[in-house]
Design a protein around this ligand. Structure first.
Ligand code: PLP
Length: 402
Protein backbone atom coordinates (compact mmCIF):
# COMPACT_ATOMS: atom_id res chain seq x y z
CA UNK A 1 0.00 0.00 0.00
CA UNK A 2 1.41 3.41 -0.90
CA UNK A 3 0.84 6.07 1.69
CA UNK A 4 1.50 9.79 1.89
CA UNK A 5 2.78 9.27 5.44
CA UNK A 6 6.52 9.27 6.02
CA UNK A 7 7.30 5.57 6.16
CA UNK A 8 9.03 5.32 9.54
CA UNK A 9 6.64 2.97 11.32
CA UNK A 10 6.22 -0.74 10.57
CA UNK A 11 2.50 -0.72 11.24
CA UNK A 12 0.32 -3.77 11.81
CA UNK A 13 -2.36 -4.20 9.16
CA UNK A 14 -5.08 -3.20 11.59
CA UNK A 15 -6.87 -0.04 12.60
CA UNK A 16 -9.52 0.87 15.12
CA UNK A 17 -12.64 2.95 15.03
CA UNK A 18 -13.34 3.39 18.72
CA UNK A 19 -12.33 2.35 22.18
CA UNK A 20 -14.18 1.54 25.39
CA UNK A 21 -12.20 1.17 28.60
CA UNK A 22 -9.61 -1.56 28.05
CA UNK A 23 -11.03 -2.51 24.64
CA UNK A 24 -10.36 -1.37 21.09
CA UNK A 25 -12.97 -1.97 18.40
CA UNK A 26 -12.40 -2.19 14.63
CA UNK A 27 -14.84 -0.79 12.09
CA UNK A 28 -16.28 -4.28 11.60
CA UNK A 29 -16.92 -4.67 15.32
CA UNK A 30 -13.99 -6.92 16.25
CA UNK A 31 -12.92 -6.32 19.84
CA UNK A 32 -9.30 -6.39 20.99
CA UNK A 33 -8.20 -6.35 24.63
CA UNK A 34 -5.79 -3.44 24.80
CA UNK A 35 -2.78 -4.32 26.98
CA UNK A 36 -0.64 -1.67 25.29
CA UNK A 37 -2.79 1.37 26.01
CA UNK A 38 -1.06 3.35 23.27
CA UNK A 39 2.33 2.54 24.84
CA UNK A 40 1.25 3.42 28.39
CA UNK A 41 -0.55 6.55 27.21
CA UNK A 42 -4.24 5.73 27.68
CA UNK A 43 -3.78 5.49 31.45
CA UNK A 44 -7.54 5.56 32.06
CA UNK A 45 -8.43 3.46 29.03
CA UNK A 46 -10.45 4.68 26.07
CA UNK A 47 -13.33 7.17 26.22
CA UNK A 48 -13.21 7.54 30.01
CA UNK A 49 -16.37 9.58 30.77
CA UNK A 50 -14.58 11.99 33.11
CA UNK A 51 -11.89 12.76 30.52
CA UNK A 52 -14.40 13.09 27.69
CA UNK A 53 -16.40 15.52 29.83
CA UNK A 54 -13.32 17.58 30.75
CA UNK A 55 -12.08 17.73 27.16
CA UNK A 56 -15.41 18.64 25.57
CA UNK A 57 -16.29 21.21 28.22
CA UNK A 58 -12.92 22.93 27.84
CA UNK A 59 -13.10 22.65 24.04
CA UNK A 60 -16.25 24.78 24.11
CA UNK A 61 -14.55 27.46 26.23
CA UNK A 62 -10.90 28.00 25.31
CA UNK A 63 -8.19 25.91 23.65
CA UNK A 64 -5.11 28.04 23.56
CA UNK A 65 -3.95 31.43 24.76
CA UNK A 66 -0.13 31.16 24.56
CA UNK A 67 2.12 31.39 27.58
CA UNK A 68 2.07 35.18 27.40
CA UNK A 69 -0.85 34.96 29.84
CA UNK A 70 -1.65 33.14 33.06
CA UNK A 71 -3.36 29.79 32.56
CA UNK A 72 -5.20 29.01 35.82
CA UNK A 73 -5.81 25.35 34.97
CA UNK A 74 -2.06 24.96 34.49
CA UNK A 75 -1.27 26.62 37.82
CA UNK A 76 -3.71 24.21 39.43
CA UNK A 77 -2.27 21.12 37.72
CA UNK A 78 1.29 22.14 38.59
CA UNK A 79 0.29 22.73 42.22
CA UNK A 80 -1.32 19.29 42.42
CA UNK A 81 1.81 17.63 40.96
CA UNK A 82 3.97 19.58 43.41
CA UNK A 83 1.75 18.65 46.37
CA UNK A 84 1.87 14.98 45.37
CA UNK A 85 5.64 14.77 44.74
CA UNK A 86 9.14 15.91 45.70
CA UNK A 87 8.97 18.83 43.25
CA UNK A 88 8.56 22.57 43.77
CA UNK A 89 8.08 23.66 40.15
CA UNK A 90 6.71 22.22 36.91
CA UNK A 91 7.24 22.96 33.21
CA UNK A 92 4.61 21.61 30.79
CA UNK A 93 5.59 20.30 27.36
CA UNK A 94 3.78 18.41 24.59
CA UNK A 95 5.75 15.19 24.63
CA UNK A 96 8.15 13.01 26.54
CA UNK A 97 11.25 13.99 24.60
CA UNK A 98 10.50 17.66 25.26
CA UNK A 99 10.09 16.95 28.97
CA UNK A 100 13.53 15.29 28.91
CA UNK A 101 15.02 18.19 26.94
CA UNK A 102 13.76 20.51 29.67
CA UNK A 103 15.30 18.22 32.30
CA UNK A 104 18.67 18.29 30.52
CA UNK A 105 18.56 22.07 30.10
CA UNK A 106 17.57 22.63 33.75
CA UNK A 107 20.49 20.45 34.92
CA UNK A 108 23.04 22.20 32.72
CA UNK A 109 21.74 25.62 33.67
CA UNK A 110 21.95 24.76 37.38
CA UNK A 111 25.71 24.37 37.12
CA UNK A 112 25.98 27.38 34.82
CA UNK A 113 24.22 29.51 37.44
CA UNK A 114 26.66 28.17 40.05
CA UNK A 115 29.53 29.52 37.96
CA UNK A 116 30.41 26.19 36.30
CA UNK A 117 29.39 26.52 32.63
CA UNK A 118 31.85 23.75 31.76
CA UNK A 119 29.92 21.34 33.93
CA UNK A 120 27.38 20.11 31.36
CA UNK A 121 27.92 16.38 30.81
CA UNK A 122 25.10 13.94 31.55
CA UNK A 123 25.74 10.29 32.33
CA UNK A 124 23.11 7.82 31.07
CA UNK A 125 22.78 4.02 31.12
CA UNK A 126 22.92 1.34 28.45
CA UNK A 127 19.49 0.16 27.35
CA UNK A 128 18.00 3.60 28.01
CA UNK A 129 15.41 5.29 25.87
CA UNK A 130 14.90 9.01 26.33
CA UNK A 131 13.28 10.12 23.06
CA UNK A 132 13.98 11.02 19.43
CA UNK A 133 15.13 14.63 19.49
CA UNK A 134 18.82 15.09 18.77
CA UNK A 135 19.76 15.57 22.44
CA UNK A 136 17.54 12.81 23.82
CA UNK A 137 18.89 10.44 21.14
CA UNK A 138 22.39 11.23 22.33
CA UNK A 139 21.21 10.58 25.88
CA UNK A 140 19.70 7.21 24.88
CA UNK A 141 22.91 6.38 23.10
CA UNK A 142 21.45 3.67 20.83
CA UNK A 143 23.58 3.34 17.72
CA UNK A 144 20.67 2.19 15.53
CA UNK A 145 18.71 5.39 16.27
CA UNK A 146 21.72 7.70 15.93
CA UNK A 147 22.94 6.36 12.59
CA UNK A 148 22.86 8.82 9.73
CA UNK A 149 21.84 11.88 11.69
CA UNK A 150 25.19 13.58 11.84
CA UNK A 151 27.39 14.13 14.84
CA UNK A 152 25.89 12.96 18.10
CA UNK A 153 25.00 15.89 20.38
CA UNK A 154 27.94 16.50 22.66
CA UNK A 155 27.87 15.98 26.38
CA UNK A 156 26.46 12.52 27.01
CA UNK A 157 28.40 9.62 28.47
CA UNK A 158 26.94 6.16 28.79
CA UNK A 159 27.80 3.38 31.23
CA UNK A 160 26.48 -0.20 31.56
CA UNK A 161 23.45 -0.40 33.84
CA UNK A 162 24.44 -1.80 37.23
CA UNK A 163 28.19 -1.36 36.77
CA UNK A 164 29.15 0.85 39.71
CA UNK A 165 32.87 0.87 38.90
CA UNK A 166 32.22 2.09 35.35
CA UNK A 167 29.93 4.78 36.69
CA UNK A 168 32.45 6.02 39.22
CA UNK A 169 35.10 6.12 36.51
CA UNK A 170 32.80 8.12 34.23
CA UNK A 171 32.09 10.82 36.79
CA UNK A 172 34.37 13.79 36.25
CA UNK A 173 34.58 17.47 37.15
CA UNK A 174 32.36 18.28 34.14
CA UNK A 175 29.53 15.88 35.11
CA UNK A 176 26.28 17.78 35.58
CA UNK A 177 23.73 15.02 36.08
CA UNK A 178 22.88 11.33 35.97
CA UNK A 179 19.76 10.46 33.99
CA UNK A 180 17.97 7.14 34.46
CA UNK A 181 14.64 5.36 34.03
CA UNK A 182 13.81 3.63 37.34
CA UNK A 183 12.41 0.84 35.17
CA UNK A 184 13.69 0.82 31.59
CA UNK A 185 10.63 0.65 29.35
CA UNK A 186 11.72 0.37 25.70
CA UNK A 187 14.86 -1.38 26.97
CA UNK A 188 12.75 -4.36 28.07
CA UNK A 189 11.02 -3.59 31.39
CA UNK A 190 14.36 -3.81 33.17
CA UNK A 191 13.92 -2.85 36.82
CA UNK A 192 16.83 -1.00 38.33
CA UNK A 193 17.46 -2.40 41.84
CA UNK A 194 16.64 0.05 44.63
CA UNK A 195 20.08 -0.45 46.16
CA UNK A 196 21.68 0.72 42.90
CA UNK A 197 19.43 3.79 42.72
CA UNK A 198 20.29 4.57 46.34
CA UNK A 199 23.97 4.39 45.47
CA UNK A 200 23.37 6.75 42.56
CA UNK A 201 21.70 9.22 44.91
CA UNK A 202 24.63 9.04 47.32
CA UNK A 203 27.15 9.55 44.50
CA UNK A 204 25.19 12.56 43.23
CA UNK A 205 25.14 14.12 46.70
CA UNK A 206 28.83 13.44 47.18
CA UNK A 207 29.81 15.08 43.88
CA UNK A 208 27.20 17.85 43.65
CA UNK A 209 25.56 16.13 40.65
CA UNK A 210 21.83 16.31 39.90
CA UNK A 211 19.76 13.14 39.61
CA UNK A 212 17.21 13.05 36.78
CA UNK A 213 14.54 10.35 36.65
CA UNK A 214 12.94 9.73 33.29
CA UNK A 215 9.48 8.61 34.43
CA UNK A 216 7.81 9.17 31.11
CA UNK A 217 6.70 5.54 31.06
CA UNK A 218 6.74 4.65 34.78
CA UNK A 219 4.94 7.77 36.02
CA UNK A 220 1.28 8.68 36.62
CA UNK A 221 0.30 5.57 38.52
CA UNK A 222 1.82 2.91 36.26
CA UNK A 223 3.64 1.16 39.11
CA UNK A 224 0.96 1.70 41.76
CA UNK A 225 2.47 4.98 42.96
CA UNK A 226 2.02 8.36 41.30
CA UNK A 227 5.72 8.14 40.41
CA UNK A 228 7.93 5.05 40.52
CA UNK A 229 10.62 6.83 42.57
CA UNK A 230 8.25 6.43 45.52
CA UNK A 231 8.96 2.67 45.41
CA UNK A 232 12.72 3.15 45.51
CA UNK A 233 13.64 5.09 48.64
CA UNK A 234 15.27 7.66 46.35
CA UNK A 235 14.11 11.15 45.44
CA UNK A 236 15.36 12.72 42.21
CA UNK A 237 16.10 16.41 41.71
CA UNK A 238 14.40 16.52 38.32
CA UNK A 239 11.75 14.21 36.86
CA UNK A 240 10.28 13.95 33.36
CA UNK A 241 6.72 12.68 32.91
CA UNK A 242 4.53 12.30 29.83
CA UNK A 243 2.68 9.32 28.29
CA UNK A 244 -0.11 8.70 30.85
CA UNK A 245 -0.21 12.29 32.11
CA UNK A 246 -2.81 13.37 29.55
CA UNK A 247 -4.62 10.03 29.31
CA UNK A 248 -4.13 10.19 25.52
CA UNK A 249 -3.98 13.95 25.09
CA UNK A 250 -0.41 14.82 24.06
CA UNK A 251 1.40 16.44 26.95
CA UNK A 252 4.46 16.12 29.15
CA UNK A 253 5.86 17.70 32.28
CA UNK A 254 9.23 18.33 33.79
CA UNK A 255 9.21 18.50 37.59
CA UNK A 256 12.10 19.87 39.64
CA UNK A 257 13.06 21.13 43.04
CA UNK A 258 13.47 24.89 43.19
CA UNK A 259 17.15 24.30 43.97
CA UNK A 260 17.72 22.28 40.79
CA UNK A 261 15.70 24.78 38.73
CA UNK A 262 17.44 27.85 40.12
CA UNK A 263 19.24 28.61 36.85
CA UNK A 264 16.01 28.90 34.88
CA UNK A 265 14.92 32.49 34.50
CA UNK A 266 12.59 34.48 32.22
CA UNK A 267 13.37 33.54 28.67
CA UNK A 268 15.74 30.66 29.38
CA UNK A 269 13.26 28.09 28.03
CA UNK A 270 9.91 28.17 26.29
CA UNK A 271 7.18 26.42 24.33
CA UNK A 272 4.31 27.56 22.12
CA UNK A 273 1.84 24.78 22.84
CA UNK A 274 2.99 23.43 26.19
CA UNK A 275 0.59 23.94 29.09
CA UNK A 276 -2.33 25.13 26.95
CA UNK A 277 -5.80 25.27 28.56
CA UNK A 278 -7.09 22.19 26.73
CA UNK A 279 -4.17 20.02 27.81
CA UNK A 280 -4.32 21.36 31.35
CA UNK A 281 -8.04 20.63 31.68
CA UNK A 282 -7.47 17.03 30.62
CA UNK A 283 -4.37 16.69 32.83
CA UNK A 284 -6.39 17.82 35.83
CA UNK A 285 -9.12 15.34 34.96
CA UNK A 286 -6.56 12.50 34.82
CA UNK A 287 -5.32 13.45 38.30
CA UNK A 288 -8.91 13.61 39.61
CA UNK A 289 -9.10 9.88 38.92
CA UNK A 290 -5.53 8.76 39.64
CA UNK A 291 -5.29 10.64 42.96
CA UNK A 292 -8.78 9.65 44.16
CA UNK A 293 -8.54 7.69 47.42
CA UNK A 294 -7.82 4.00 46.82
CA UNK A 295 -7.10 4.24 43.08
CA UNK A 296 -3.32 3.74 43.25
CA UNK A 297 -3.65 1.03 45.91
CA UNK A 298 -5.94 -0.80 43.51
CA UNK A 299 -3.39 -0.45 40.69
CA UNK A 300 -0.80 -2.01 43.01
CA UNK A 301 -3.16 -4.87 43.87
CA UNK A 302 -4.01 -5.50 40.21
CA UNK A 303 -0.31 -5.44 39.34
CA UNK A 304 0.32 -8.24 41.82
CA UNK A 305 -2.66 -10.17 40.48
CA UNK A 306 -1.36 -9.83 36.91
CA UNK A 307 2.14 -10.87 37.94
CA UNK A 308 0.87 -13.97 39.76
CA UNK A 309 -1.26 -15.03 36.81
CA UNK A 310 1.60 -14.46 34.39
CA UNK A 311 3.93 -16.54 36.57
CA UNK A 312 1.62 -19.52 36.04
CA UNK A 313 2.22 -19.15 32.29
CA UNK A 314 5.91 -19.96 32.77
CA UNK A 315 4.94 -23.29 34.35
CA UNK A 316 2.50 -24.08 31.56
CA UNK A 317 4.71 -22.93 28.68
CA UNK A 318 8.37 -23.24 29.66
CA UNK A 319 9.48 -23.41 26.02
CA UNK A 320 7.77 -20.08 25.25
CA UNK A 321 8.35 -17.93 28.30
CA UNK A 322 11.64 -17.41 30.10
CA UNK A 323 10.81 -14.77 32.69
CA UNK A 324 8.20 -12.36 34.02
CA UNK A 325 9.43 -8.97 35.19
CA UNK A 326 8.13 -5.54 36.08
CA UNK A 327 6.19 -3.65 38.69
CA UNK A 328 2.53 -2.72 39.00
CA UNK A 329 0.82 -2.57 35.63
CA UNK A 330 4.14 -2.37 33.76
CA UNK A 331 4.98 -6.01 33.11
CA UNK A 332 7.42 -7.70 30.78
CA UNK A 333 7.39 -11.25 29.45
CA UNK A 334 10.80 -12.38 28.24
CA UNK A 335 9.94 -14.84 25.50
CA UNK A 336 11.96 -17.75 24.11
CA UNK A 337 10.59 -17.13 20.62
CA UNK A 338 11.24 -13.81 18.87
CA UNK A 339 9.11 -11.26 20.72
CA UNK A 340 7.81 -9.92 17.39
CA UNK A 341 6.34 -13.38 16.65
CA UNK A 342 4.73 -13.38 20.07
CA UNK A 343 3.19 -9.92 19.58
CA UNK A 344 1.73 -11.02 16.22
CA UNK A 345 0.43 -14.32 17.62
CA UNK A 346 -1.15 -12.44 20.53
CA UNK A 347 -2.91 -10.14 18.07
CA UNK A 348 -4.40 -13.24 16.45
CA UNK A 349 -5.88 -14.00 19.90
CA UNK A 350 -7.27 -10.45 19.97
CA UNK A 351 -4.97 -9.01 22.58
CA UNK A 352 -2.65 -6.05 22.00
CA UNK A 353 0.80 -6.28 23.60
CA UNK A 354 4.00 -4.38 22.76
CA UNK A 355 7.53 -5.47 21.95
CA UNK A 356 10.53 -4.06 23.78
CA UNK A 357 14.29 -4.58 23.90
CA UNK A 358 15.91 -7.71 25.37
CA UNK A 359 13.31 -9.85 23.52
CA UNK A 360 10.60 -8.76 25.94
CA UNK A 361 6.87 -8.36 25.37
CA UNK A 362 5.43 -5.47 27.38
CA UNK A 363 2.04 -5.48 29.06
CA UNK A 364 0.85 -1.95 29.79
CA UNK A 365 -2.90 -2.20 30.36
CA UNK A 366 -4.90 0.90 31.22
CA UNK A 367 -4.88 1.47 34.97
CA UNK A 368 -8.69 1.04 35.04
CA UNK A 369 -8.40 -2.59 33.85
CA UNK A 370 -10.67 -4.95 35.81
CA UNK A 371 -9.76 -8.22 37.51
CA UNK A 372 -11.91 -10.04 34.95
CA UNK A 373 -10.02 -8.36 32.09
CA UNK A 374 -6.71 -9.36 33.66
CA UNK A 375 -7.91 -12.98 33.81
CA UNK A 376 -9.12 -12.71 30.20
CA UNK A 377 -5.77 -11.29 29.09
CA UNK A 378 -3.84 -14.14 30.70
CA UNK A 379 -6.20 -16.66 29.04
CA UNK A 380 -5.48 -15.05 25.69
CA UNK A 381 -1.73 -15.09 26.32
CA UNK A 382 -2.06 -18.74 27.29
CA UNK A 383 -3.79 -19.38 23.96
CA UNK A 384 -1.03 -17.39 22.25
CA UNK A 385 1.61 -19.69 23.74
CA UNK A 386 -0.39 -22.77 22.76
CA UNK A 387 -0.74 -21.56 19.16
CA UNK A 388 2.99 -20.83 18.93
CA UNK A 389 3.76 -24.29 20.39
CA UNK A 390 1.66 -26.11 17.81
CA UNK A 391 3.25 -23.99 15.08
CA UNK A 392 6.68 -25.04 16.35
CA UNK A 393 5.64 -28.69 16.58
CA UNK A 394 4.34 -28.60 13.01
CA UNK A 395 7.65 -27.13 11.83
CA UNK A 396 9.71 -29.72 13.73
CA UNK A 397 7.71 -32.64 12.35
CA UNK A 398 6.11 -31.54 9.09
CA UNK A 399 4.97 -35.08 8.28
CA UNK A 400 3.07 -35.45 11.53
CA UNK A 401 0.98 -32.41 10.78
CA UNK A 402 -0.31 -33.89 7.53
C1 PLP B 1 8.20 7.22 25.37
C2 PLP B 1 9.39 7.63 26.15
C3 PLP B 1 10.11 8.79 25.82
C4 PLP B 1 9.79 9.65 24.62
O1 PLP B 1 8.52 10.22 24.69
P1 PLP B 1 7.90 10.92 23.37
O2 PLP B 1 6.58 11.44 23.84
O3 PLP B 1 7.78 9.86 22.34
O4 PLP B 1 8.83 11.99 22.97
C5 PLP B 1 11.19 9.11 26.63
N1 PLP B 1 11.53 8.36 27.68
C6 PLP B 1 10.84 7.25 28.03
C7 PLP B 1 11.25 6.47 29.24
C8 PLP B 1 9.76 6.84 27.26
O5 PLP B 1 9.10 5.72 27.58
Amino acid sequence: MTSPLLQIFARADLSFEKGEGAWLVTSDGERYLDFGAGIAVNALGHAHPHLVEALTTQAGKLWHTSNLFHIPEGERLAQRLVDASFADVVFFSNSGAEANEAAIKIARRYHFSNGHPDRYRIITFEGAFHGRTLATLAAGGQAKYLEGFGPKVEGFDQVPLGDMAALKAAIGPDTAALMIEPIQGEGGVREVPNAYLQELRALCDQHGILLIFDEIQTGIGRTGKLFAYENTGVTPDILAAAKGIGGGFPMGACLATSRAAKGMTYGSHGTTFGGNPLAMAVGNAVLDVVLAPGFLEDVERKGLLLKQRLASLIDRHPTMIAEIRGHGLMMGIKTRVPNTDFVTAARDQKIIVIGAGDNVVRLLPPLIVSDAEIAEAVDRLDATCAALESEQAAKAAPGAAL
